[in-house]
Design a binder for this molecule. Structure first.
Ligand code: FAD
Length: 549
């Protein structure tokens, strides 16, 4: 059996992306103990564009225009209170990063801003194409300087609650193979998106949507789970860069999409050009080109950057160099791209203080739902993580001061140990390995809940997921720590798959990132609504459409 370690903290933060790190600094201001646990670095280091309505590249931009763009991009399903917070706090949050030493690219003393999908004006600030990794680095250093403890790699596997309040969590110390019992007054979920639930994704390995499942299982409400953003231009070829995305900001700089017949098809689409379509619209047009036989050898279309000025290309050194080392010179060669699962738009339901419906449980960053409505405009994932990470930290800090610590009981510890023990098995040569089960699940979710959905594919997908779920006890067997981690991730992925497919089936319309080919039109009359997901008392999944919050 696993050896135990007991840890106590005022605030436990799950995740060390921008949201988690920013939350840790905000919580620490309350002079309390703060602990971060993390599996990896998440998606934050890949960020290139961050929305900040400073109006430096175009004076007409403002927080009000940004607010309107976010609502329009979200096809008016957004939680308006959350969008107000996002729009009003974007600039102050960026300034705070600068006081920590972040330097964004500037021209003549003013911020250089890129026009990205969904923005009326150039709004996205950047640091070449590596802003995310610099911010993570900076926040991480500051957290260390403030002696905030970071346990890594540690995976949180369950949250504990008593009398309706959070009392701590259980985790696995992946490197040392130990079972962690963490007593905490408050928990902040900052576990990011769900990318790895899908076969082809731009997201890194540690992003499997586990935080959403942790929240759901402890009774938190979820919202807008049916909306998954598909990045239109993930690389299909060269294979060394498979899954890496071409920033859509490159279209604003002159990049083009071309089909196998050499046609610049976006010009003939209803949008008129690459820059005028939102990400999901671009993805749907690309999918249509492929479906109608004008796709490339690897099942996508060509991205051509030969008209981007050399000086501008120098602002994308990471992408340029990665492709160059695979033998592709972006100034000359076209790469094959296609839609891949990208950001999670829905997630844990919060209020303006990042509070969930469970006392002591807070959430910030990509894990939350409501900010983006039905579609996330480009550059808003980063701003969301910075703004709501800080707020989650402040709210959790305040809460921790006002509440006392309660210990997780021996019975609960035994229960969780038993749950893990059941997954650990001696090798059975006939068993399916967790990797095989995971691939099977990813395939079913991608088929059913991909870019284009229909009642037929969704119903089939729900059945397939149910079949895997029924065999869960037999299938989720691990012979070592790596497999145990995979089994626990699959267990969460099953819950997520059910939520995404069932909510997508209920929404009989097409809106933003959710496209149904059996209901291809927007239906404001019936569907200007959010879909909520909540665990029922009997353990089954409750799904309810309700008026926008
Ligand atoms: C390739 C790529 C490019 C992108 N580019 C942009 C961009 O230019 N602009 C933009 O706005 N957005 C972009 N996004 C989206 C953006 O990266 C995310 O919205 C944002 O980083 C989310 O930050 P976060 O802190 O919420 O989550 P993440 O940065 O994803 O961090 C999540 C953390 O939680 C940890 N974790 C997860 N589960 C557990 C668990 N059970 N136990 C312990 N730890 C756990 C992970 O290891 C990780 O540390 C991009 C995403 C990708 C993948």
């Amino acid at each position: 059996m696993l050896e135990k370690d007991f840890v106590t903290t005022d605030v436990l933060i799950i995740g060390s992306g921008i949201a988690g790190l920013r939350a840790s600094l905000a919580a620490k201001k309350y002079n309390i103990s703060v602990l971060i646990t993390t599996k990896g670095w998440g998606a934050s280091p890949f960020i290139t564009a961050i929305n900040a309505p400073l109006g430096h590249s175009d004076e007409r931009d403002s927080p009000e225009v940004y607010y309107q763009d976010t609502l329009r991009g979200g096809v008016y399903l957004n939680n308006k209170q959350l969008v107000k917070v996002l729009a009003s706090q974007a600039i102050p949050s960026i300034r705070e990063l600068e006081t920590l030493g972040m330097e964004f690219d500037k021209e003549n003393g003013r911020y250089a801003q890129r026009l990205v999908s969904g923005g009326t004006y150039p709004r996205a600030i950047h640091k070449k194409d590596r802003a995310g990794s610099e911010i993570v680095d900076l926040l991480g250093k500051e957290a260390k300087r403030q002696k905030i403890r970071i346990l890594s790699p540690v995976m949180i596997v369950r949250i504990a609650k008593k009398g309706g309040k959070i009392i701590g969590a259980f985790g696995l110390d992946i490197k040392n193979g130990r079972f962690l019992i963490i007593n905490a007054k408050a928990i902040i979920l900052a576990t990011g998106g769900i990318g790895r639930l899908y076969e082809f994704t731009t997201y890194p390995n540690d992003i499997t949507g586990q935080g959403v499942a942790l929240a759901y299982r402890v009774g938190a409400e979820l919202v807008d789970m049916e909306f998954i953003q598909f990045e239109p231009t993930a690389i299909l070829h060269p294979k060394q860069c498979y899954g890496m995305l071409i920033p859509t900001a490159m279209f604003g700089d002159g990049g083009k999409l071309v089909n196998e017949d050499g046609e610049r098809f976006m010009l003939n689409s209803k949008y008129g050009s690459e820059t005028k379509a939102q990400k999901h619209e671009l993805a749907l047009v690309i999918a249509k080109e492929v479906r109608e036989g004008r796709g490339t050898k690897h099942g996508g279309v060509y991205f051509n950057a030969s008209t981007i000025a050399n000086k501008t290309m120098e602002t994308y050194p990471f992408h340029f160099q990665k492709l160059l080392s695979a033998g592709f010179d972006l100034r000359r060669d076209s790469v094959e791209v296609g839609p891949a699962a990208h950001s999670s738009i829905g997630g844990v339901k919060i209020d303006e203080g990042c509070r969930t419906n469970i006392k002591g449980l807070f959430a910030g960053g990509e894990i939350v739902g409501g900010v983006h409505g039905a579609n996330r405009i480009a550059g808003n994932g980063a701003t969301e993580a910075i703004v709501f990470g800080k707020i989650a930290g402040e709210s959790a800090g305040e809460y921790a001061i006002e509440n006392s610590l309660q210990k997780i009981s021996k019975d609960e510890i035994l229960f969780e140990e038993e749950h893990l023990r059941k997954m650990i098995d001696t090798a059975d040569s006939n068993r399916l390995t967790p990797s095989t089960v995971r691939s099977k699940l990813q395939k079913e979710v991608s088929r059913a809940g991909g870019l284009v959905r229909s009642a037929k594919t969704l119903e089939r997908g729900i059945d397939k997921v149910e079949q895997i779920k029924e065999k869960r006890a037999k299938l989720l067997k691990a012979t070592n720590m790596r497999e145990l981690i995979q089994c626990l991730e699959i267990d969460s992925m099953l819950m997520l798959a059910e939520a995404i497919l069932k909510t997508a089936l209920i929404r009989c319309e097409s809106r933003g990132a959710h496209y149904r080919d059996d209901f291809p039109f927007l239906d404001d009359k019936r569907w200007l609504k959010n879909v909520l997901v909540k665990r029922r008392g009997d353990g089954s999944m409750g799904i309810l459409a309700c008026n926008i919050s």
